[in-house]
Design a binder for this molecule. Structure first.
Ligand code: GLN
Length: 203
């Protein structure tokens, strides 16, 4: 099959939250976006994005629509995932202050809304060596604060105070900020690179 016939299909969990900008970012990097609301929408996806929004609402809707096991199974099969903001919370193995993990795929602990009131929302230029020398502009909106990174997870970027804000573990990526809210598509490009490496190869 040629490249032309088979563009990567990247799902965006579309239960709630910042779905549309991810859909546009996926198109911009030359892949086909698929809005995911039901388990059948996960069929034949090459990657999946868990967007920002409200993680408590999303976790409820994930269970109501029966998406928890199918998404976990996709991840077990090696399909790359990207979680942004609330999506990062959904991917964390540990959530400070009691919440149960949803898809415990990243060896990190996060605290919801952990930047506190003063810094509820802010923007910062981030150094992300993986994406090249140009800084990545990070938009943080009631972002999770990464309170711990275990040995299995790799820090791709830190905020100006040194707190990790972008994480990779195997084929799973997560950012505390919203890469879909700027015109810089390099993070979505990185997700596509993971797709390109294909299931079955070590990440
Ligand atoms: N504060 C939200 C939560 O805890 C995340 C915010 C976001 O995704 N922009 O779920």
């Amino acid at each position: 099959m040629t490249e032309q016939e088979r563009r990567p299909r990247i799902g965006v969990l579309a239960l709630q939250g910042a779905v549309r900008p991810h859909v546009e970012a996926i198109r911009a990097v030359g892949a086909d976006p698929v809005e995911v609301r039901l388990p059948r929408d996960l069929v034949a996806l090459d990657g999946l994005i868990l967007p920002g929004g409200e993680s408590t609402t999303m976790r409820k809707l994930i269970d109501i629509y029966g998406l928890r096991e199918p998404i976990a199974s996709l991840a077990r099969g090696g399909t790359p995932l990207l979680g942004t903001c609330a999506g990062m919370i959904l991917l964390a193995e540990r959530i400070a202050d009691g919440d149960e993990p949803v898809f415990p795929l990243l060896d990190i602990e996060v605290r919801r809304n952990g930047y506190g009131r003063q810094l509820d929302s802010f923007e910062a230029d981030l150094d992300v060596p993986e994406l090249g020398p140009e800084p990545l502009h990070g938009v943080f909106i009631r972002a999770p604060f990464v309170t711990d990174v275990g040995p299995a997870a790799e820090v791709l970027a830190r905020d100006p105070d040194g707190t990790p804000v972008a994480i990779r573990q195997g084929r799973v990526l997560a950012t505390a900020f919203h890469p879909e809210l700027t015109d810089d598509r390099r993070l979505h490009g990185l997700l596509l690179q993971l797709v390109g490496r294909g299931a079955g190869n070590p990440a």
